[in-house]
Write a protein that binds this ligand. Structure first.
Ligand code: ATP
Length: 462
């Protein structure tokens, strides 16, 4: 586990996971670009989610909806009216802050308790608390703030050639609404019966007031969301099912018990329409942070869309001969937050022998950006090693490296989290076998070249 965010940001840049966005132009604040290893890591996270939550699930199917949607969708969903954070300006240095975060940071630092969740406080309560406790501006240290006002987090742009109110569209702040508006389409074409779910992976955009903590809070990020439709009355049972399913999958990916906790929202924190909500949190270097939100949203969204669109969004249960608007369980997970958690969790500075430190990323083989490093012992052995690289590359992401001594090459693969290295040596020319080295145990075994694909196939699975 890595101990500081600075370390993970530096490592991510140095090894090709994540760079600051638009770097050669001096950057664009709080944007991040995934590099050669980062894109592999993120793709692996997405395919592992798709495999477990869509392909292998007897209940779920996938979809991919547009980022731009009819603006009425966001009025109906409540985002136009209520998707906002409390904004405060410092009158002295003019920095802007999220008022609730100022309080949360202060409470954490001072080790004091507050009643209920700051999220559910009114603007007046938030201002009173900040003034009574003289919470200082994190930038200049004074406590001289403006009143709180609500700041809508949706990005707006224009569609087409005219820039007027009629052509205004939003960049979606979540992928979920694309699923709700297609509930009928998917149910009809997939011929699924309730209970069933629809999942999708895609970009979401939020004009966060204070993006921070690297890729934990960004303005452009990716979500993996599932909307699971069930019969009213069975919702709490399905809520538990998906919560357990989610935790189990995170552990299968290698996250440890002590890095994960499930925080159930109490009554005051619950949205008025929700029967139950839990956050799965991960212990990031900056403290516990929400990784995955799981909510029982009842029939709230479908009913609102039904009323606003005048389309019938009920489901007819042909066994019970009953018509109803299904209840929905929504597990919503950020790709970037999970990739960051996996990176933090995998990091280890391992002391081996006297004073020798090995930097390793202990990624689960399915998550590792590079699965196999192919290393000829000598440049003279290039032909045989290249043939192996070609054969394995058809199945796994491999890296070929013939530069430097073999020990240094192993260490380089350890540093980027490659679980296996194949070394082609002089004996390989005669015994048609190679040495396979395991990243974590550093043990080596001899494997026949014609059995390598099968050998790795058995190891690179969840
Ligand atoms: P937070 O309270 O941290 O702002 P949220 O409760 O608003 O998060 P949801 O609306 O439930 O988040 O979004 C679902 C998931 O999307 C989150 O659990 C998180 O993994 C991810 N997510 C949300 N906002 C961001 C962001 N700004 N950057 C990266 N990931 C995000």
């Amino acid at each position: 586990m890595v101990e500081s965010m600075d370390k993970i940001v530096a490592l991510a840049k140095a090894r090709g996971f994540v760079y600051p966005g638009s770097d050669i132009y001096g950057g664009l604040a709080n944007t991040w670009d995934y590099g050669n290893l980062g894109v592999e890591l993120k793709n692996n996270v997405k395919s592992a989610w798709w495999a477990r939550f869509i392909r292998e699930s007897p209940y779920n199917v996938g979809m991919d909806s547009a980022i731009f949607m009819n603006p009425q969708v966001w009025v109906t969903s409540g985002h136009v009216g209520g998707f906002s954070d409390p904004l405060m300006d410092c009158k002295d240095c003019r920095e802007r802050f999220r008022a609730d975060q100022l309080i949360e940071d202060y409470v954490k630092k001072a080790g004091v308790d507050v009643e209920g969740s700051v999220d559910s406080w009114s603007n007046e309560e938030v201002m009173a608390y900040i003034r009574e406790n003289q919470i200082p501006c994190p930038s200049c240290g004074k406590c001289n703030f403006t009143d709180v006002r609500q700041f809508n987090l949706m990005f707006k742009t224009f569609q087409g050639v005219t820039e007027d109110a009629k052509s205004e569209v939003y960049l979606r702040p979540e992928t979920a609404q694309g699923i709700f508006v297609n509930f009928k389409n998917i149910q009809r074409t997939s011929r699924k019966k309730i209970p069933f779910g629809i999942g999708q992976i895609g970009k979401a955009f939020r004009n966060e007031i204070t993006p921070r903590n690297f890729t934990f809070r960004m303005r452009e990020f990716e979500q993996m969301e599932l909307e699971f439709f069930c019969e009213p009355g069975t919702d709490l049972q399905w809520f538990e099912y998906w919560k357990n399913h989610a935790v189990e999958w995170l552990k299968d990916l290698g996250l440890k018990d002590e890095e994960l906790r499930v925080r159930d929202h109490d009554k005051e924190e619950l949205s008025f329409y929700s029967n139950a909500t839990s956050d799965i949190e991960f212990l990031y270097p900056f403290g516990w942070g929400e990784l995955w939100g799981i909510a029982d949203r009842t029939d709230y969204d479908l009913k609102r869309h039904q009323e606003a669109s005048k389309e019938d969004l009920t489901y007819f249960d042909d066994e019970k001969k009953e018509k109803y608007v299904p209840y929905v369980i929504e597990p919503s997970l950020g790709v970037d937050r999970l990739a960051l958690a996996l990176l933090c969790s995998a990091y280890e500075e391992e002391t081996i022998g006297e004073g020798d430190v090995r930097n390793v990323l202990h990624f689960h083989p399915v998550i590792a950006p590079v699965k196999v490093g192919v290393l000829p012992l000598s440049k003279k052995l290039g032909e045989g090693a290249e043939a192996i690289y070609r054969a394995l590359s058809g199945h796994f992401n491999c890296e070929y490296d013939d530069r430097g001594n073999i020990g240094r090459r192993y260490r380089r693969q350890d540093e980027i989290g490659t679980p296996y290295c194949v070394t082609y040596d002089f004996d390989s020319e005669t015994d048609a076998s190679v040495t396979v080295r395991d990243r974590d145990t550093m043990e080596q075994e001899r494997v026949r070249i014609d059995e390598l694909v099968e050998y790795f196939r058995k190891k690179i699975v969840i």
